[in-house]
Ligand binder design. Structure first.
Ligand SMILES: Nc1ncnc2c1ncn2[C@@H]1O[C@H](COP(=O)(O)OP(=O)(O)O)[C@@H](O)[C@H]1O
Ligand SMILES: [Mg+2]
Length: 439
């Protein structure tokens, strides 16, 4: 990066409020041509909001955007791209039923002449080759993997002549190999003089991809540093606001009896296609088994079959030797299985019910919460208060509807309930989603 150059973008005093939330609080940010800038922060720090402002999707309540020295008002993404600023959002904005080339030209002013899609395809192929973004211009979006769709979004921006490219958590949907390829592409774009901003909450990516890093915490910039002059520990401290331990001392353990046994398990996904094909493993008491893989390769279905939410078409699930294959979720719970689902608002929590009821959902059938057929509300409140304190759930009180909590605190509520209810086996799908590095 050439620091003698003047910034491509200057954001000055940017403030953005949502009802009850100060998402961006007088944020200053500079981006230079030729650099990859990481925008680092925990969930809810205000990263997406700030970049949605820079890409013309949101208007700031206060503050100014200066592009190559000139103050501008960006009233839409179209105006932003006219100034060379484009963003790849976390949720792609492609039309599934159209081809790659059609998506790229969609929304362009084709003043009077019919767009020549063949020529667009050729130009795209050239951009693909130049930036290492392989994708077939004639393929339909629905035929493409998530990684390929992301490449289409990037190509779309390049085709429109963007020289400031913003990517919102781009690696979240990529395999490690795809992420490494993306890093190469970003570096090349920067080497050609473009400015690249990528949003992340992953410290390793800052170190691997970025020239500089700006850290946001609770809507404010807490630091901007060259990544070569900082460490993961420092970045974590800046991001979270306190010291973070990276190394847990794991003592060697002597595993106990077999707790869960999965044998030759097969199941279908929601589309009726095979999701699990002969999965077998055992877990003993005292063990943690990690299941790794790119999302969409059967992890969710596996958790659902074990917890009784999805039928197995073949094979066995046994808990302490007892067959529980294709029993109900309630029977799985009674066998000692608890479940932290990947989708906390879909399956983990009832949004409109109070925090207390959500915490008690697995305990209310048994004493001390149940006295015979009667639910003891006072015992329920005591139970909830104890969990709120033990798991440091930030909530105005046990009566607050759980939907009003932040994502991280909702996740703590699910963890609190499932860990407390656990009587043997905990199935956790992305348990750290939404939690900061400290938690
Ligand atoms: N459209 C919106 N309406 C209301 N609140 C929002 C909206 N977008 C973001 N927020 C809130 O603003 C804060 C910052 O959110 P966001 O910019 O998405 O954070 P990040 O991208 O760093 O995770 C959060 O508290 C979030 O709930
Ligand atoms: Mg975000």
């Amino acid at each position: 990066m050439n620091t003698l150059e003047s910034p491509a973008i200057q954001m000055r005093g940017i403030t953005k409020r949502f009802p009850g939330v100060l998402a961006n609080d007088h944020v200053d940010l500079d981006v230079y041509p030729g650099e990859v800038l990481a925008l680092l922060g925990e969930n809810g720090a205000g990263k997406s909001t700030l970049m949605n402002i820079l890409s013309g999707l949101y208007r700031p309540d206060e503050g100014q955007i200066i592009i190559h020295g000139r103050p501008v008002h960006l009233r839409s993404p179209r105006e932003a791209i006219a100034h060379g600023i484009g963003m790849v959002h976390q949720h792609f904005m492609l039309v599934e039923s159209l081809t790659v080339a059609e998506n790229v030209v969609l929304g362009l002013d084709s003043t009077g002449f019919v767009l020549n899609l063949k020529q667009v395809g050729e130009e795209l192929a050239a951009l693909s080759a130049r930036y290492g973004l392989p994708v077939d211009p004639n393929a339909y979006i629905w035929q493409l993997s998530v990684g390929e769709q992301q490449r289409v979004e990037i190509l779309k921006l390049l085709y429109r002549g963007a020289d400031v490219l913003i990517l919102d958590e781009p690696t979240a949907v990529l395999t490690p190999q795809e992420a490494a390829d993306l890093a190469t592409t970003l570096r090349q774009m920067a080497d050609e003089g473009k400015a690249v901003i990528f949003i992340t909450h992953k410290l390793d990516e800052v170190m691997a991809f970025a020239d500089r890093v700006t850290v946001l915490r609770a809507g404010r910039v807490v630091a901007t540093l060259p990544s070569r002059e900082t460490t993961k520990a420092e970045l974590a401290r800046l991001m979270v606001g306190r010291e973070v331990l990276f190394h847990l001392s794991k003592k060697p353990r002597r595993p106990g009896r077999v707790a869960l046994e999965v044998e030759d398990l097969e199941a279908l996904n929601d589309k009726g296609l095979p999701a699990l094909r002969g999965v077998s493993f055992t877990i003993r008491e005292g063990e943690i088994l990690g299941i790794a893989g790119v999302a969409g390769n059967g992890q969710r279905e596996l958790a659902e079959v074990i917890t009784g939410l999805r039928p197995a078409t073949r094979g066995h699930v046994r808990v302490h030797g007892q067959e529980i294959t294709n029993r109900s979720p309630r029977q799985a719970i009674e066998a000692g299985i608890s479940h932290i689902p990947g989708d906390r608002l879909g399956m983990g929590l009832v949004p409109n019910l109070p925090v207390s009821d959500n915490l008690a959902m697995k305990a209310y059938r048994r004493p001390p919460l149940a006295r015979g057929p009667i639910l003891d509300r006072r015992a329920l409140y005591r139970f909830a208060r104890r969990l709120i304190e033990a798991f440091r759930i930030v909530t105005p009180g046990p009566e607050t509807p759980v939907k009003l909590l932040s994502g991280g605190n909702q996740q703590r509520a699910v963890l609190a309930r499932e860990i407390t209810a656990g009587r043997g086996i905990l199935i956790a799908v992305h348990p750290s989603r939404g939690l900061d590095v400290g938690a």
